[in-house]
Design a protein around this ligand. Structure first.
Ligand SMILES: Cc1ncc(C[n+]2csc(CCOP(=O)(O)OP(=O)(O)O)c2C)c(N)n1
Length: 116
């Protein structure tokens, strides 16, 4: 199992990684905690450059990832299964489906929407 944020997921060669997992018959459960932000960059600006231009102007370039595609939709073209959870009520069933998918030999991308 791999747990990561949406910014981290997007920083990687997604097509290549998902395709390699299929080619090598290595099913992986990939859980994305998706806040639709690269938030750590903003936090580091605040921490290391509290008097800098970004903080002064309230402009944090590259932090807002709200326009990203549906990340779970990237799974199917690479032979993986994609599941999105945007409502807490759907979480338990989605986790069960994701685990069953991987146990059945297919990589699964579980895209969990979390608070920003
Ligand atoms: C191998 C590697 N590549 C790139 C980075 C730079 N990096 C640090 S955090 C991050 C993404 C953070 O975004 P996200 O996963 O959405 O987490 P958040 O900051 O929102 O908590 C990246 C690309 C890194 N630390 N390591």
């Amino acid at each position: 199992m791999l747990t990561l944020g949406d910014g981290t997921f997007l920083y990687n060669p997604i097509v290549q990684a998902l395709t390699a997992s299929r080619q090598m018959a290595l099913p992986i459960l990939i859980v994305i905690f998706n806040n639709r932000k690269y938030l750590s960059m903003q936090l580091n600006h605040l921490r290391f450059y509290p008097d800098g231009q970004s903080v002064e102007a309230g402009m944090f370039h590259g932090v807002d990832l709200a326009d990203q595609p549906d990340l779970e939709a990237l799974a199917a073209p690479c032979g993986a299964k994609g599941i999105a959870v945007r409502d807490k009520a759907a979480l338990d069933a989605a986790i069960a489906e994701a685990i069953a998918t991987v146990q059945g030999g297919q990589t699964c991308v579980l895209n969990l929407q979390v608070n920003r």
